[in-house]
Ligand binder design. Sequence first.
Ligand SMILES: Cc1c2[nH]c(c1CCC(=O)O)Cc1[nH]c(c(CCC(=O)O)c1C)Cc1[nH]c(c(CCC(=O)O)c1C)Cc1[nH]c(c(C)c1CCC(=O)O)C2
Length: 355
Amino acid sequence: MSANHSPAGQQPTATYESAFLKACRREPVPHRPVWFMRQAGRSLPEYLKVREGIPMLESCMRPELVAEITLQPVRRHNVDAAIYYSDIVVPLKAIGIDLEIKPGVGPVVQNPIRTRADLAQLRDLTPEDVSYVTEAIGLLTAELGATPLIGFAGAPFTLASYLVEGGPSKNHEHTKALMYGDPQLWADLLDRLAEITSAFLKVQIEAGVSAVQLFDSWVGALAPADYRRSVMPASTKVFEAVASYGVPRIHFGVGTGELLGLMGEAGADVVGVDWRVPLDEAARRVGPGKALQGNLDPAVLFSTTEAVQAKTREVLDAAAGLEGHVFNLGHGVLPTTDPDALTRLVEYVHTQTAR
Ligand SMILES: Cc1c2[nH]c(c1CCC(=O)O)Cc1[nH]c(c(CCC(=O)O)c1C)Cc1[nH]c(c(CCC(=O)O)c1C)Cc1[nH]c(c(C)c1CCC(=O)O)C2
């Protein structure tokens, strides 16, 4: 157990008592906690400066740089949590998959996985493969004080989509072809990815992160019956693998209105919601016993301050009856967002919800 947990009989730490972790546990909060997916990154000039000339994946392997980039949005915006700076393809790179992140495109995989023989590319991940992650998290927890650090990983479906397509995809046609055409190979692929993802999350938790988020960004491409049959077993396996640590587990995807109930059922403590479903309706779909995270449309931040506040009010009103709510965007910060609009948004949510 790491320092931010509260084992029975011990004094809770300031991190354990933070608004973010309280909201995840559905306890009363002093103010609504706020963080933003992709809060680190291209919206910040200080990020562009330190990343200059360093390829994305290389930047993820330098502990001091990772710590600096992770801290930048915390310093600037007064958010209630930090998210570890990395990428969902980092564990795949770490086990030797030939891939890169192309600027403006996303992850590109040299040899897509489409046959049983291709599965051999996916060996187990060991802590030694990602020692820079352990090191960076050590630096960060020392710097962050009471501010919780969120670890994350890509969910098996979203990782499979990059591996099978060979890169970003709108329709996921090769992925679905494999899923429907060779269900056994598909199940074996997702199970391998569940093992790798579980190992990667365990490394982060043991190094000291206070919560984990499983990004199944593209799973909204599936109908519920296919999700339940072909994806949910692997995601459930990941959530079960980290359950005993007791850190909150957040489950997020885009366009997942029809999947929210199942994504909660897969084992999450907190379900992330995009902007397409109001949070009161999302709560009905998810059912009791789980907190929600979301869900301001990231594009709203390009509008006037008045409009941002009005749309934020709508999110807060829809969340009024929830047991636990973590304020976030419905997806990541868009790269050309004005960072001052993000700072103002944090301030607005905090003052509107202070008690
Ligand atoms: C699908 C996905 C990826 N990566 C990630 C997801 C899931 C989140 C989501 O749904 O948006 C997760 C991710 N990637 C990154 C973070 C950092 C932490 C944070 O949220 O602040 C996180 C949480 C850094 C990054 N990951 C990436 C960047 C931009 C690259 C750069 O700055 O050069 C950052 C800051 C690259 C990346 N990596 C990926 C994409 C689609 C891209 C964008 C490509 C582009 O538009 O250039 C794959």
